[in-house]
Design a protein. Structure first.
Length: 459
């Protein structure tokens, strides 16, 4: 990498890319390196909690070094643009590590683990070998080639981004919607599967988000147009300066719902709020609904929640973290709660959720105020589709269909899906409902300002 960065500007991009791919290609081609390369490819594509720590500590510094180097040859590009270029390149490299299809596509003339043998014919070498290697070039020719390479780097990203942004049909409004793996999003799942969005001219793409607390940032960066944060996550983001508003509501609380609660690790001995003192308890989002409501329950039970060690962990990780002993308990929800208890790795220590007031939102659907103002018709159509879906969910005859729709987005075994509790829908969020959460968060000293809830709901 040092040699690449010190090379002449006209060839620097080429050398940086070579420094990125050649060591990996050589590793993959060697007998001793093949399985290590495949292991790395697997962990990068499907990272576990443990693997993520390794990636952060050992791989991310290398990624930052390459991104820094790429920025030196594309100074007009932002860090975000160059980072996306790096990710696209990494995707191609990962595909090479785990794929043997080149042998079929080349009709047997290329080997899956040896692309370097054919590299001179590749685009990286075309400019150098089009003339003699030692043939002198003018300063203008060098600058022109460098400029073209910079533009190629940026235009590749722009083309890919434009392709992703295009709606399926020109007359439709494209909306990328972010959800987490809970039934509180059922109304959106139903609206998507029953065609309620499509008939209103909305092209909705549903995108799974592992941690609820990251949804406002994804909305702010335009990775999502609408997402489903919990009320507490939304209010914290607004308190921090984001100008987001509520478009519609998802699930609401109900004392009949025992689909979330405190699940303790088998053998932990946790049976009450007092037993949580000093324990490590996982929550699917610091500052999110389950975290905030659980702390409220602890406080109501006379326990200082500041003496409990809360650790952020996404829903799918809860079972493994309990089984491995990394956590003493998790605040979790179905379907993950049922899967943990059915496996014997944990037990329900408390259905603490039953202390919450009825009918307050657990998930709300939010967007940037600017986006809502520019797409008022689309925001209204989204809300109407969710209202129609709530009506569909309210009919007992549709119960099997509702579960089928949920199963398309939250991958569950049929036996788990059949008995999972579904949060009742609340498509319209009111000022009173938001105020309930504001008061709870103030009691936990989570807000620096007093939000004007009347300004936080899109009309």
């Amino acid at each position: 990498m040092a040699q690449a960065q010190n090379s002449p500007l006209a060839h620097r991009l080429e050398h940086i890319v070579e420094a990125f791919i050649r060591p990996v290609l050589r590793l993959r081609a060697s007998a001793e390196g093949e399985y290590y390369a495949l292991l790395v490819a697997r962990e990068l594509a499907h990272a576990t909690v443990e693997a993520d720590r390794v990636l952060r500590d050992y791989f991310d510094p290398l990624a930052h070094a390459f991104i820094d180097a790429l920025q030196t040859v594309a100074p007009p590009a932002s860090r975000a643009q160059v980072a996306w270029c790096y990710q696209f390149a990494l995707g191609a490299l990962l595909h090479h590590l785990s794929d043997n299809r080149i042998e079929r596509l080349s009709l047997g003339t290329a080997q899956a683990n040896d692309p370097l043998r054919h590299a001179p014919a590749g685009p990286l070498y075309r400019g150098r070998h089009a003339r003699g290697a030692n043939e002198p070039r003018s300063r203008n020719q060098q600058l022109m080639e460098t400029s073209m390479k910079r533009r190629t780097l940026l235009s590749t990203l722009a083309a890919a981004s434009a392709t992703l942004a295009l709606p399926a049909r020109a007359q439709n409004t494209k909306i990328v919607f972010g959800y987490t793996a809970v039934t509180d999003f059922a109304s959106v799942f139903v609206a998507a599967q029953e065609g309620y969005f499509a008939k209103r001219g909305l092209d909705l793409e549903l995108k799974f988000i592992p941690l609820n607390s990251t949804i406002p940032a994804a909305i702010q960066s335009d990775s999502l147009q609408i997402g489903g944060p919990t009320p507490s996550v939304f209010l914290q983001s607004v308190d921090g300066g984001l100008d987001h508003v509520v478009v519609a509501g998802g699930g609401v609380t109900s004392k009949a719902i025992t689909g979330f609660g405190l699940v303790a690790r088998a053998g932990s001995g946790i049976k009450s709020a007092q037993d949580c003192l000093g324990k490590k308890i996982g929550v699917p989002g610091l500052g999110a609904f389950l975290h905030v409501s659980f702390r409220a329950w602890l406080k109501a039970s006379g326990v200082d929640y500041k003496k409990v060690n809360f650790i952020e962990a996404s829903f799918p990780q809860h079972g493994d973290l309990l089984k491995g002993g990394s956590l003493d308990a998790v605040v979790t929800a179905d379907p993950f709660m049922s899967r943990i208890t059915d496996s014997g790795n944990g037990y329900v220590a408390s259905y603490y959720s039953t202390f919450l007031e009825e009918g307050n939102p657990t998930i709300i659907f939010t967007a940037k105020r600017e986006w809502v103002q520019k797409n008022a018709a689309a925001a209204k159509a989204f809300r109407e589709a969710v209202v129609e879906a709530a009506g569909f969910m309210g009919k007992p005859a549709n119960n099997a269909k509702v579960r089928e729709h949920i199963g398309k987005y939250i991958k569950l075994p049929p036996e788990v899906l059949a008995k999972v509790q579904i949060s009742p829908p609340g498509p319209a969020t009111t000022e009173k409902q938001l105020t309930y959460w504001v008061n709870m968060m103030k009691d936990q000293e989570m807000l620096k300002t007093a939000p004007n809830v009347s300004m936080l709901i899109a009309k």
